[in-house]
Design a protein. Sequence first.
Length: 145
Amino acid sequence: MSPKNQIQKSTKGFTDEELDAMKERMRELKATQADGESEVLAKIAEMPEPDRSMANRLHEIIRTCSPALSPRTWYGKPAYAKDGKVVCFFQSGRKFKTRYATLGFSDSAKLDEGSMWPTAYALKELTAAEEARIVALVKKAVGGS
């Protein structure tokens, strides 16, 4: 089987959005991550409202409450990493045509609570209450209290 046929066969079952995210990740792996902040801000600027405003505010919150996290892109999404491993990320609701944006945490996040805990949170808007909860989650995720 030719490589082209293998690619076509292996990509069946993925949506166009999922394929785009995988291609984006390949570009990220090939690129030098010298200026992750610029890449994150560029991705945020591409988002439609209201996700763009929410992503900008999340960026400010995360950079302020946990300076140990480095901004970078991950599968085309704004993400924040510690020691090269993504801890949390923001996914626009428009990216995969969902009704809400998502603040997600990877397995590197230290959010373990017993045998089951949430790793993603739906976001429709950011109020002071959500912002306070996000600060607490991000601090806990990177190993703080």
